[in-house]
Design a protein around this ligand. Structure first.
Ligand SMILES: [Zn+2]
Length: 400
């Protein structure tokens, strides 16, 4: 689906993204390999690769083996394993700084405290220290290092590098993260800050399913978000709140106030806290039976989604409640943006098919959507892995 009257720059970006989609799926490739898959002309691919090589994204690996009798052996290329970036992201009760190479390998990592338990100046101090140590200990040369991505919750102005509203209640006011970290680093480098859910969405930047498509990426972990993507990109919007659909109001009369100050937010309606409350309302024997395998640490929603698969009637009922609210939220998203597909990340990526059938039923309650075909794609990777891949894609996108 080529847009009519597209500008040359648009076409170039599109070809570049498509070529990169290919590279992500192959370790080593030739120009012909990419031409065979994409249908893009060899000349265009060669020029794109030359640009990628100039920016250090791709390297030539020498002559490969020819498959054509008597033909010249073609040059082989790969993503540059000697270019690096660092992702600083929250993960399971701590903050992890990961040094990654451009071909997606995790080289080394360092951990420090959980964000909610530390003050902002300490976060800046610890992040700068971890980044500096990772680079020094792994002998990464400044020429081979392409930057740091900090992943945070809240409303973030990615372009100008600050947190507008942090999701951590005691981190008040505008926080100039990029400027503050740069002051602490002993070398100059590219530093960026982005919202956690947008980073997770960015793992899909070069994904085939998102090519020429509108996608709504639903992410649920500590927080809940829905990010809208177009052709693998996250559009910059006026208030930097693309992704904050966890705060769409689903019940204005709900008694619980959300961190955002509103009531009945989607995030609150399907929170772990809300689900624990529903469990508390059960008769003591039912509750005991339902929680008999619960370790007290696992996300209660993940636990109940497993129990639902076993057919526990209380789990089925509570998961029905979750499916209903997810269905209402998705219906609103469809009316607002009509996406080609929903990508499901986090807790609900592990839900059963019957769970998603219930979500569809709820969506189709509206006469306008009775016949609609809704496409769900589940993305079962761990949050930590999604954040690493998303961070890497953000840095790689800068080089296009
Ligand atoms: Zn809210």
């Amino acid at each position: 689906m080529e847009r009519i009257g597209a500008l040359p720059q648009d076409i170039r970006n599109k070809n570049d993204a498509e070529i990169l989609r290919c590279l992500a799926g192959m370790k080593i490739f030739t120009v012909q390999d990419i031409a065979d898959i994409t249908g893009i002309s060899r000349l265009t691919i060669t020029r794109a690769i030359e640009r990628f090589m100039e920016s250090g994204l791709v390297i030539a690996r020498g002559k490969g083996t020819s498959t054509r009798l008597g033909g010249k052996k073609p040059l082989e290329y790969s993503l540059n394993p000697d270019r690096y970036m660092i992702s600083v992201a929250p993960s399971e009760g701590s903050t992890t700084c990961t040094l990654m190479s451009f071909d997606g390998n995790q080289i080394a990592a360092k951990k420090f405290g959980f964000l909610a338990e530390i003050e902002y100046p300490e976060y800046i101090e610890l992040s700068a220290e971890a980044v500096t140590d990772l680079i020094r200990e792994n002998h990464v040369s400044p020429d081979a290092f392409y930057g740091v991505i900090l992943c945070q919750g809240g409303v973030i102005n990615h372009r100008d590098g600050y947190i507008q509203v942090s999701s951590i209640p005691h981190w008040d006011g505008r926080l100039n993260v990029v400027e503050d970290i740069k002051k602490k680093l002993p070398f100059e480098t590219n530093v960026e800050i982005e919202n956690v859910s947008k980073v997770c969405s960015s793992m899909l930047r070069f994904d085939k399913d998102l090519q020429n498509a509108y996608a709504a990426v639903f992410y649920a972990d500590y927080g809940v978000s829905i990010t809208l993507m177009n052709d693998g990109r996250i559009p910059e919007t006026a208030n930097h709140v693309n992704g904050e659909l966890g705060h769409m109001c689903l019940d204005a009369d709900d008694p619980e106030e959300c961190v955002c100050g509103s009531r009945g937010c989607f995030e609150v309606m399907i929170s772990q806290k809300r689900i624990f409350r529903l469990v508390e309302e059960l008769e003591p024997e039912q509750k005991e039976d339902l929680l008999k395998d619960y370790d007290g640490k696992t996300d209660i929603r993940a636990y109940l989604l497993e129990k639902e698969k076993e057919g526990n009637p209380d789990a089925v009922r509570i998961c029905g409640y979750l499916a209903k609210y997810i269905g209402i939220a998705f219906r609103n998203v469809i009316f607002a943006t009509d996406p080609d597909l929903f990508v499901i990340q986090g807790v609900f990526a592990h839900a059963s098919d019957s769970f998603f059938e219930k979500v569809k039923e709820e969506i189709r309650i509206s006469k306008y959507l009775k016949e609609t075909d809704i496409r769900f794609r589940r993305e079962p990777r761990s949050l930590a892995e999604m954040l690493r891949l998303g961070s890497l894609n953000i840095i790689i996108s800068n080089l296009l």
